[in-house]
Design a protein around this ligand. Sequence first.
Ligand code: PLP
Length: 372
Amino acid sequence: MTITSFIPPHRTLMGPGPSDIYPQVLQALSRPTVGHLDPLFIGMMDELKQLLQYAFQTQNAFTIAVSAPGSAGMEACFVNLVEAGDKVLVCRNGVFGERMRENVERCGGVAIVVDNEWGTAVDPDLVEQALQNDPEIKIVAFVHAETSTGALSDAKTLAEIARKHDCLTIVDAVTSLGGVPLLVDEWQLDAVYSGSQKCLSCTPGLSPLTFSQKAIDKIQQRKTKVQSWFLDQSLVLGYWSGEGKRSYHHTAPVNSLYALHEALVLLQNEGLENAWQRHRNAHEELKAGLEKLGIKFVVEETSRLPQLNAVYIPEGVDDAEVRNELLQRYNLEIGAGLGVLAGKAWRIGLMGYGARSENVALCLKALETTLK
Ligand code: PLP
């Protein structure tokens, strides 16, 4: 049998990510590949750093894109900042908080877990109490936008509490970057990672990452080598430094970085505030329509993410059958529930290019006809 080219259909991606990619980003991806140490490419990487600084709202000199997906950004934070024996407070209110705990343990650290009910935001009072109980904790880790439940936590307040107790913060902004306010410098967050495939509407496989000076200082004071060669950010620094001394670390995913550059140019041209508002508007439209269908949200209104709408599957409805029908009849993907919400909830994404009235209308029409 001769295998032929893979030509996928045109889906509308309204799950938890990847989201629909901007056409301009797909075009950027197909531009001619240049060498990754070509002066033109180095110039593009310098621009990419500036664009990422804008997206993160930071002046942090260490602001890069890890050449691997969001999970690698997560791991980069933990392997660089946590040494054996370090105590880390992990806030767990969904799947990704649990992954943070796993990361701490794999670094030989001691994870102190603050559990919050799935579908709720991280409770700052619980964090305060835990830090009061154990002055040896050095880092507070939390997920800003928990994709598994659609809950948004108050990163500003959590970081304030962490600072009061002399702790650094590790913040998962995979689903928040570009979709809701994330002000890295104003909120004084220390190590923040994201993903290219959510509200940036870029191809999956890159992880924007930024470290504050305090985070860099901690890395420089390490007593032991970072156990991962690839994710040791002190080695990556030479590769991303803007001082013309670029040294080889790994072969950059050249075309993927063109795509990220393009996605960030689009974000810059739209303006962050406008992008946040667009996500909010799309969410309001979706919410009004879902309520008419009698569908209820998992997360209470005050901590609901506009870009990730977790809703309860109506009683008597077959989860997999409906999602399959949407895929087959409407080329529309919505997400299944994860973890404790598996089989109980759907996750409807309105991320990046997907946060548009057309998408909302398609999803509502498809659900209305399928659920009849
Ligand atoms: N953190 C959060 C909150 C996520 O939603 C995801 C992916 O969905 C990740 C981390 C992991 O990112 P990736 O799948 O790109 O490795």
